[in-house]
Design a protein around this ligand. Structure first.
Ligand code: F3S
Length: 291
């Protein structure tokens, strides 16, 4: 069995930065350190951080005193206001690329564009983008039932969406309006990983995509691999891998989301090595992808 790894795996810079900020805050204070919601969508990392004294609160009401880390996805301004009203100490770990999407959405609204964001309505990042405009933009996930009222339309995108959906929506809107302003706020890390997964899936018998089940970027990678017709398993941990998946499998592609730590990826690779009874045939390569 040959194992091909995607070139870009493990934490993206936004996730590394957020975890670094949380750990640094923990180091510098004796007060309680909280994250509002899970700092990233990876339960294993959240558990590890809790052991280090960085507690994940589901709601602001659970937090009594201390520091509140604003996670990489950002937060609705209404929540930020409450944090300040309660005299909690706020530490902003919002990914700069999410910030950019928030700012571009605000800019479009202030310039009078009827503005849309392509994304998942319930995702914290999208909630933060919509919240930043006081709810003056609409969330869409396809061109289905997409109606516009204005001849001046603006568009931003959740950072983890695919270029394909952006192209579809932009192509749909462009002929219908007089003025169209698009900010492609899909993050580069996401785009690169999506291209790699597409390429890997095409040449693999099966794909293993490693990352949190609630992680939007990991789920999208798995969907892309499936879309290429490749049998795909989205797993969070090595323990989920089943031997029967590998009957007659010659080549396995492995990719990970941006919130998957290296130690989980290494455990997955070790498990794959053990599954192949004839270890001498294992060939682990970093997939070269032209971007
Ligand atoms: Fe930021 Fe992109 Fe990572 S938006 S958190 S660098 S996946």
């Amino acid at each position: 069995m040959e194992i091909k790894l995607a070139r870009n795996m493990g934490f993206c810079f936004g996730v590394k930065r957020a975890i670094g900020i949380a750990r640094q805050t923990r180091k510098e204070t004796k007060e309680k350190v909280w994250t509002l919601g899970h700092i990233i969508h990876n339960p294993q990392v959240v558990k590890k951080l809790e052991k280090e004294g960085i507690i994940a609160a589901e709601n602001l009401s659970e937090i009594d005193t201390g520091y509140v880390i604003i996670r990489s996805h950002g937060v609705h301004p209404r929540i930020l206001k409450k944090v300040r009203e309660r005299n909690l100490k706020e530490v902003d770990a919002t990914c700069p690329l999410v910030k950019k999407a928030q700012e571009k959405a605000k800019q479009l609204v202030s310039e009078g564009y009827e503005t849309f964001v392509i994304g998942e309505k319930e995702h914290p990042e999208v909630i933060s983008i919509v919240g930043g405009t006081n709810g003056r933009i609409r969330v869409i996930d396809s061109v289905k039932n997409l109606e516009i009222k204005n001849s001046k339309v603006g568009l931003v995108v959740q950072t983890t969406q695919s270029q394909k959906i952006l192209q579809e929506v932009a192509a749909f809107l462009l002929p219908k309006v007089l003025e169209f302003k698009v900010f492609n706020t899909i993050c580069d890390v996401t785009s690169k990983r999506q291209r790699e997964v597409r390429k890997l899936a095409k040449k693999s018998d099966i794909m293993i995509v490693v990352g949190g089940k609630k992680s939007a970027n990991t789920s999208r990678l798995a969907a892309i691999a499936k879309g290429e017709g490749c049998i795909t398993y989205h797993i969070e941990e090595a323990g989920e891998i089943k031997e029967e998946w590998f009957t007659d499998v010659k080549r396995v592609g492995v990719a990970s989301g941006a919130s998957t730590p290296d130690w989980i990826i290494n455990e997955v690779i070790d498990k794959l090595k053990k599954i192949d009874k004839n270890e001498v045939n294992i060939d682990i390569n970093k997939e070269e992808v032209t971007t």
